[in-house]
Design a binder for this molecule. Structure first.
Ligand code: GLN
Length: 337
């Protein structure tokens, strides 16, 4: 096991710069235009209210750590955040408990299985493995401070709103629709309880988790929320410190390993930055120290990731130089003009 010894050494940051604002704006529009006609994938329908989504919708936004945001397409269209909320609730819980406790209780390793897998939980003795699958997300939501479920929910609602820099509201129809059909999540919560890994009433925790998933955001909101994680925890639009820089680092490493579910390795290989997706079609991708991309388009691939969103982010990662693993010796030695 890798210990937390590295935590005792002062950490320096490793970052670069985005191109100028006008170029970022123009590349955002280019990415939108390139993929707006793509119609692969299917709208999620296992939550009945989500099946009504217009598959033609496509919003794309890039927020820089200086607060500038560039929008294209349906960037002000509201959709339910769904699993993208897992990233931000995890950050709030990390802020409350710190690195070691959350690592031990929820875990940081990919399950290699779909987000709603019951088998993953059984195979790992009831340990949820990571906070980005439903089991780990329900366990994380249950760790949220607050004396009652209502207080926990209020802290989540305000916490997510602080990341977005505006008051977010819940889509009551999506919440009610999912609560009627989410027997599987209720089963996962009961299973966590049976393994002694949930200190609260399982159904209360599924209720809060389902509410957090039904929060309405736009691609613009997602890019601001992501830019807060890219900016050492300070919302670059409001200037508010939402979580610490250490929490951002911990959250982004977990997203890199598991944010795109069982396709996280492929995502990192092709795109090279941490990201989180949700079944309504949202994706947030974060370039530490630089900024963040928010995308929304309802057609999904078989792992539940937005097809247009993925493609647009892949394009922008290359065009904006975001891939964390890319380096170029020629640039350092000045051999390239
Ligand atoms: N609320 C959804 C669920 O629990 C979120 C899943 C997702 O976005 N991948 O099934």
């Amino acid at each position: 096991m890798i210990t937390s010894e590295s935590q005792t050494v002062d950490q320096q940051v490793s970052t670069g710069h985005l191109p100028g604002e006008a170029e970022v704006a123009s590349l955002t529009t280019t990415a939108y235009e390139r993929y707006r006609q793509l119609d692969d994938g299917r709208v999620a329908d296992y939550i009945p209210a989500l099946a009504k989504a217009d598959p033609a919708l496509f919003g794309l936004s890039v927020s820089e750590v200086n607060g500038a945001t560039h929008d294209a397409g349906d960037s002000d269209y509201s959709f339910s955040i769904q699993s993208v909320s897992k990233a931000f609730v995890y950050a709030l819980v990390c802020e409350a408990y710190g690195h070691a406790v959350v690592k031990e209780r929820v875990g940081v390793d990919n399950t290699g299985l779909p987000f709603n897998s019951v088998m993953a939980l059984e195979l790992n003795g009831g340990h949820p493995m990571n906070p980005m699958v439903n089991a780990g997300a329900i366990a994380t939501t249950a760790m949220m401070p607050g004396a009652t479920p209502a207080e926990q929910w209020e802290l989540i609602r305000t916490g997510l709103s602080t990341f977005a820099g505006r008051q977010l509201t819940m889509d009551g129809e999506v919440y009610a629709s999912e609560m009627k059909t989410n027997s599987r999540n209720k089963g996962i919560a009961r299973l966590l309880e049976s393994y002694g890994r949930l200190d609260h009433d399982p159904l209360d925790m599924v209720d809060i988790y389902t509410r957090q998933c039904a929060m309405l955001v736009t691609s613009h909101d997602l890019s601001v929320m992501g830019a807060t994680l890219a900016d050492g925890g300070m919302n670059p639009v409001t200037g508010e410190q939402v979580v610490s820089a250490e929490v951002c680092r911990d959250t982004l490493s977990v997203l890199a390993a598991s944010g795109m579910y069982e396709r996280s390795g492929e995502w990192l290989f092709e795109i090279g930055i941490p990201a989180k997706s949700g079944v309504a079609g949202g994706i947030v991708a974060i370039a530490p120290g630089k900024g963040s991309i928010g995308a929304f388009s309802p057609r999904l691939n078989s792992a539940g990731n937005s097809v247009r969103g993925q493609r647009a982010i892949a394009y922008l990662s290359r065009a904006l130089g975001l891939n964390l693993f890319a380096s170029d010796s020629k640039r350092q030695t000045g051999k390239v003009a």
